[in-house]
Ligand binder design. Structure first.
Ligand code: NDP
Length: 299
């Protein structure tokens, strides 16, 4: 079995390189490609030729335009990467009868209410990024490819920058810290996303009637918090480990979304219901605190 992995150096892509290695031969590409293969989602002809040449059984697309605020003034590129390129991958995979595993986001929803979003809840993205990711989902659906679309939320990883690291740095440098307290979701580790993807692939590759597994699933850690709650958890844990901070968890000021203006509107309700994923693939999503704690120990 052969897997073509795109976006190998992103948060999720990096962890996928590890998690997919025991399952199959993995041809992993970043935007710069390798061995005459193109991994650039802006080069649609190159991408199609690469899929042809590799002839994978599965394409795992972890590449995306993820600069949420920048996308507001860069719509053409966000659409080109998140929607058009996804459509190219979907059509090429369909032509090979290969599977496509693709990641999407809570930003496809409008963030209203307090209920957890189901996979079939009405979408209504608030931002260019959200619209581009939804268009990617729609391109997959139109292509007729066998696909698993995994919508996730609030992704972090030990590698690279993340919200927790930023909070730790600010709490060491500053005398006060204000964090948004009216947006709710579940911080989800790239490790968890990659490990769940591997479990899904094992089932997809070995089940007789695997096509019935195709569809959209929500994949996030269990429980919920706000960005303020997330920051409090991080600082409290760091302080218990003896990290010297100028701002304690209790001193973080809770602010509203309006008090922290950014170019792209964020959904206030990012709660995703993941029971469909758990029951279909026999999984149990761990509480969000577990992964965050591991990541903090690691960094
Ligand atoms: P990252 O931003 O960490 O990684 C995205 C990767 O895509 C980067 O390696 C980036 O490469 C690559 N990329 C960007 N443009 C191109 C291009 N033109 N050609 C090839 N590669 C490109 O994202 P995550 O790992 O966090 O996200 C994985 C998936 O999860 C994405 O589909 C994202 O939309 C989704 N998601 C992410 C969330 C989050 O909070 N991060 C929340 C919900 C969903 P480079 O570094 O060279 O730019």
């Amino acid at each position: 079995m052969k897997i073509l992995l795109l976006g190998k150096n992103g948060q999720v892509g990096w962890e996928l390189q590890r998690a997919l290695a025991p399952i199959a031969e993995v041809i992993a590409l970043d935007r710069y490609g390798a061995d005459g293969l193109c991994g650039d989602l802006a080069d649609h002809a190159g991408l199609a030729a690469t899929v042809h040449k590799v002839a994978p059984d599965v394409i795992v697309n972890a590449a995306a335009y993820t600069a949420v605020d920048k996308a507001e003034s860069d719509e053409a590129l966000a659409m080109m990467i998140n929607a058009t390129a996804t459509g190219v991958l979907a059509r090429e995979a369909a032509a090979l009868d290969a599977w496509l595993i693709h990641y999407s986001t809570d930003y496809v929803f409008d963030g209203s209410g307090k209920a957890r979003w189901q996979e079939n809840s009405p979408t209504g993205p608030l931002s260019v990024y959200g619209r581009s990711k939804l268009a990617g989902e729609q391109a997959i659906e139109c292509s007729g490819v066998k696909a698993i679309v995994l919508r996730t939320s609030w992704v972090y990883a030990a590698r690279g920058n993340n919200f927790a690291k930023t909070m730790l740095r600010l709490a060491r440098e500053r005398d006060a810290l204000s964090v948004v307290a009216d947006q709710f979701g579940a911080p989800t580790g790239a490790e968890l996303i990659a490990d769940v993807t591997a479990q899904i692939l094992r089932k997809v590759m070995h089940e007789q009637d695997a096509r019935q597994l195709a569809g959209t699933y929500h994949l996030c850690a269990a429980g919920e918090t706000s960005w303020h709650g997330f920051a409090q958890f991080v600082l409290a844990y760091a302080s218990r480990q003896g990290v010297a901070l100028k701002v304690s968890a209790e001193q973080i000021v809770a602010i509203s979304t309006e008090a922290y203006p950014v170019p792209a509107p964020r959904p206030c309700n990012s709660r995703l219901a993941f029971e469909k994923l758990e029951s279909t693939f026999n999984l149990k999503m761990p509480p969000w605190q577990h992964g965050v704690q591991r990541m903090l120990d690691e960094i």
